[in-house]
Design a protein around this ligand. Sequence first.
Ligand code: CP
Ligand code: NVA
Length: 300
Amino acid sequence: MSVQHFLTLDDLDAATLAQLIDRAIELKTEFKQGLVYEPLRNKSLAMIFSKSSTRTRVSFEVGMRQLGGGSLYLSPNDTQIGRGEPIEDTARVVSSMVDGIMIRTASHHDVEILAAHSSVPVINGLTDDYHPCQLLADIQTFQETRGSIRGATIAWVGDGNNVCHSFMNAARIFGFTLQIATPKGFEPDQAVTALNHNHISLSHDPKNAVTGADAVVTDTWASMGQESERAKREAAFDGYCVDSSLMALAHKDALFMHCLPAYRGREVSIEVIEGAQSVVFQEAENRLHAQKALLELLLA
Ligand code: CP
Ligand code: NVA
């Protein structure tokens, strides 16, 4: 039997993803009521982190514990991964002892290799190309606050990066329109654009992108691994800060969304991220509940 991985949103069909979001909302309610639910007793999740993380690490680790299981944090520095052990061998060895593997690393191709050689589900906890777990939490957050995202208009202002790519896939799968504005040279990947072209628009005009939007989303201008480009990027992204004047062009009750970590005064102003329309901490909290629903689906 083939193993169900979660490397991009397309690994699950639209109906399953919709159920997963509903289940995340249900698990959140039950958790807040103090209900103990442990379907993953004696199950283990290996978490390989080649990049930094706060939310992803805490949410997967705590999520596994709440579901009755456990997790292991593995960094390349203190495993043989950092000394060049082939990914194929790591996959075979680790998957022979655990029930699931979560990985955060630069190369999406490496994650595909890991999944191809793993006997247990592999979950993408962020690559340079995609961040599907973030989208589960973001769709949950929109649904909790505004109802179904189907038919909504969402604006993406900033870098055409990994989170943007997952938002583009989500637009097609969940049935909303994504109006993307990036500076020239920072557009999303062409293949991801082609795949989702019926559900997205591309421009270099943030004002145009946010006009009439039900939510405005942004992310850091310099993702992990791009630290040396920070100065160049800050110059290129001049005019792309989501501030109050930009938010004023969206619907008056439009949400402000950001996966975090956020850099105030760069991609977003303090007023907007700390303002009444901001749901960034709800998105962060929902990482826990959305991923518990994912872990239940893949590991239980
Ligand atoms: N949004 C997100 O993935 O945060 P971390 O990098 O802290 O995991
Ligand atoms: N685009 C950011 C997201 C961090 C959660 C990065 O890749 O660093």
